[in-house]
Design a protein around this ligand. Structure first.
Ligand code: NAG
Length: 454
């Protein structure tokens, strides 16, 4: 399960009966309630046995076992055991199928090593989707063979004007494979028709007036748009999406659709009504920010709208749900982990408010939006926009401890939801994060453990 770090696990056919010693991972015999992602963990005097119906379920069980072992197992220089694991049986499975994190690699480019590190971090908390925001006004971050200038020119800078960057197809596929080894599915996003200045600067033909704007390195939003009335635009979108789909084993292509203030409502609907069938033509399902609910397309199966608003009712979401869409919940004033924790936080934005750990934890994704039943909620996602977030340390400081709060909302049943219990468990993570080199925010709301025994 840690193949990339060179661990070789002995694999053998399971003998009949329950193993009496060692650690065993078995694809047989789990309690049927665990479903596709859950697991059963049994710890007896001499043996740890994890059972699941799928390899992903076993992986989730191993993440729980990691938490039961002492924090020092996360150290690069771990001493030999013996270690003790509390005895008993755990039958555990997720509340929601989609537990996501998002990383904006467009505002500031984040190299493959940073993305992989983040995948390792989120997988610890059973987050199973990583949404990569691959394009925006400030940069285009993925090679498209049919439109090479997107990456080489459109990817050449970033917020603040420094050198940007982009992923080659080989690098991107390596990230996708690395994620898959940790049972994390990549959701690629190409934002459109707005948030497209990098593309408009790279290809003049995508502009209604045929004139390419300059590259943009500020942080404004809502000023750019692909030309919705030109055929060249749809040829472009189809070409980009088909190359992206070919590198995407996961079910979703995210088409953005937020803050298209430079298009009229009818241009926007026309555009989205044409673009969504281009996605389904690649064999993938449409995902978009909840503004795509403004388009008329009926997608009985698989369409996902991602709610990022500030209110607890939204007609675009209810309209999309009534036409068969599912919802991923990322309310900005709860789940946006690029927001500052408080007025003193050195990085981050605050347009959706300050988000302390308790704020990130105290909401129920299943009942949050009125008129949207829990059965329409596919899951949760914690987006990290990177206007002010530059380094790996910045990412970790903003994600920890809020990412685990959102992850718990996605996994645990509401009946176990308790701020006091959660903050105590969070406090016990501190020593583990310290050993892992995670420079987390020491929220005063959390009773952080000292020492390394957490
Ligand atoms: C919104 C924008 C995003 C920006 C972020 C910052 C969405 C869907 N759109 O204005 O481009 O980076 O907030 O928090 O969030």
């Amino acid at each position: 399960l840690r193949r990339s770090t060179g661990y070789a696990l002995p694999v053998s056919a399971a003998p009949a009966g329950t193993p009496a010693s060692g650690i065993s991972l078995l694809l047989t015999g789990a309690d049927p309630t665990v479903g596709a992602q859950g697991y059963q963990l049994d710890v007896t005097a001499g043996a740890v046995v994890i059972r699941a119906q799928t390899p992903g379920g076993l992986f989730n069980g191993v993440q729980t076992l990691r938490q039961l072992l002492p924090a020092e197992i996360e150290s690069a220089t771990v001493r030999p055991g013996p270690w003790t694991v509390p005895g008993g049986r755990v039958v555990d499975y997720p509340r929601f199928a989609y537990r996501g994190a998002m990383l904006d690699v467009a505002r500031h480019f984040h190299p493959p090593a940073t993305v992989k590190q983040y995948i390792d971090r989120i997988a610890l908390y059973k987050v199973n989707y990583l949404h990569l925001h691959l394009s925006d006004d400030q940069g285009w971050r993925i090679v498209v063979d049919a439109y090479p200038r997107l990456a080489t020119y459109g990817g050449s800078t970033q917020v603040g004007g420094g050198a940007g960057g982009y992923y080659t197809k080989a690098q991107y596929q390596d990230i996708v494979a690395y994620a898959a080894q940790r049972y994390v599915t990549i959701v690629p996003e190409i934002d459109m028709p707005g948030h497209t200045n990098a593309a408009l600067a790279s290809y003049a033909d995508l502009n209604c007036d045929g004139v390419a704007p300059s590259l943009y390195t500020g942080t404004a939003v809502g000023f750019s748009s692909l030309c919705t009335s030109k055929e060249a635009t749809y040829t472009f979108v189809a070409g980009v999406l088909s190359e992206l789909a070919a590198m995407t084993p996961g079910p979703y292509l995210h088409v953005g659709g937020d803050e298209a203030s430079a298009t009229s409502a009818s241009q926007y609907a026309t555009f989205m009504n044409r673009v969504q069938p281009l996605v389904t033509a690649t064999g993938k399902s449409v995902m978009g920010w909840h503004q795509i609910g403004a388009s008329a397309v009926q997608h009985s199966a698989g369409r996902v709208v991602q709610y990022w608003g500030l209110t607890t009712s939204d007609s675009l979401v209810t309209s999309a749900v009534s036409r068969g869409a599912k919802v991923v919940m990322s309310p900005a004033n709860k789940a946006y982990i690029d927001m500052k924790y408080n007025a003193q936080t050195p990085i981050g934005l605050s347009w959706a408010g300050y988000i302390e750990v308790q704020t990130a934890y105290e909401w129920n994704p299943g009942t949050y939006l009125s008129g949207v039943p829990a059965s329409a909620v596919l899951g949760v996602e914690a987006p990290m926009w990177t206007e002010t977030i530059v380094t790996e340390d910045d990412i970790e400081y903003m994600a920890f401890p809020r990412l685990p709060a959102i992850a718990e909302l996605g996994w645990s049943p509401w009946t176990t939801h308790s701020w006091d219990a959660f903050r105590a468990r969070l406090g016990a993570q501190g020593p583990r994060w310290t050993i892992m080199g995670i420079g987390f925010y020491r929220s005063p709301q959390v009773p952080w453990s000292s020492g390394t025994s957490g």
